[in-house]
Design a protein around this ligand. Structure first.
Ligand SMILES: Cc1cc2nc3c(=O)[nH]c(=O)nc-3n(C[C@H](O)[C@H](O)[C@H](O)COP(=O)(O)OP(=O)(O)OC[C@H]3O[C@@H](n4cnc5c(N)ncnc54)[C@H](O)[C@@H]3O)c2cc1C
Length: 222
């Protein structure tokens, strides 16, 4: 079933990430971390649909998306950054690979953090963040999505790393085997990994090499 929604608000989250809010349509239900295919309700754009994760919670009256814009690709996300209140988009049903199957280590690269926004907000609301850790990799400090919110979440342990900036404040390292061995006490937790396909594959392999069974690793390539 398709739903046509008018943009209620759009605001920057970082220099290239935008928070879009809509009134939640009647009959649209989803679980935290699920995504939907979104397209613009505009001539020439209705066939160009891409997946985006709902970052609001199912009970919220609004439907929120947190979307990184890639203007250089001249695709949908370039247009999304230019949306204004009243502009319309079309979404389909909710679906997705990542669901909350318990506390654990959430490893994200860039916009791959979006499913964890919903899961960790939901856990915060339920007072269930104990045992949760977010390891979040970005090129530069300015790229970190919602850093203040992560650091304010009581019970959530946060680790940030930068891959294209050495600013003396945050580690300037890739998330590799050595990084995980130094950061984690052990590999006994549940792991969630979401980011660019190569990152997801590399980290999944490291986890399995360290004895994490596949059923304790939840992955999604963003
Ligand atoms: C399940 C799921 C959930 C997601 N949720 C979110 C979310 O909540 N927020 C979010 O920001 N993103 C999310 N994404 C990623 C999001 O779907 C993509 O960023 C989006 O589809 C990009 O659309 P686009 O039209 O701007 O660019 P694309 O369609 O990726 O690019 C347009 C064109 O640019 C070229 N191109 C593609 N990649 C590159 C590249 N790396 N460098 C140069 N040129 C390139 C190609 O020719 C391509 O046809 C999610 C992805 C998945 C799979």
């Amino acid at each position: 079933m398709l739903h046509t929604l008018a943009v209620k608000s759009i605001e920057p989250v970082t220099h290239n990430v935008y928070r879009l809010r809509f009134d939640k349509p009647e009959g649209f239900s989803f679980k935290p971390a699920q995504a939907t295919l979104l397209r613009l309700d505009r001539d020439g754009w209705r066939d160009n649909k891409h997946p985006f994760t709902m970052t609001s919670l199912p009970d919220d009256p609004c439907l929120e998306f947190t979307i990184k814009s890639y203007p250089e690709r001249h695709g949908l996300t370039e247009q999304i950054a230019r949306l204004a209140p009243g502009d319309r988009v079309i979404i389909g049903n909710a679906w997705g690979a990542i669901t909350d199957s318990g506390p654990g280590v959430f490893i994200a690269g860039g916009a791959g953090v979006t499913p964890f926004i919903a899961i960790l907000r939901d856990r915060e609301r339920r007072g269930a963040l104990a045992g949760c850790r977010l390891i979040f990799s970005n090129p530069r400090e300015e790229d970190i999505i919602l850093r203040d919110e992560w650091e304010a979440m009581k019970g959530l342990d946060t680790v940030f790393t930068l891959t294209a900036e050495d600013n003396g404040k945050l580690p300037n390292r890739m998330i590799d085997a050595a990084f995980l061995e130094e950061t984690l006490e052990n590999f006994d937790d549940r792991f969630y990994v979401c980011g660019p396909p190569k990152m997801v594959e590399a980290i999944s392999n490291i986890l399995m090499e360290h004895g994490v069974p596949e059923d304790r690793i939840t992955v999604e390539a963003a």
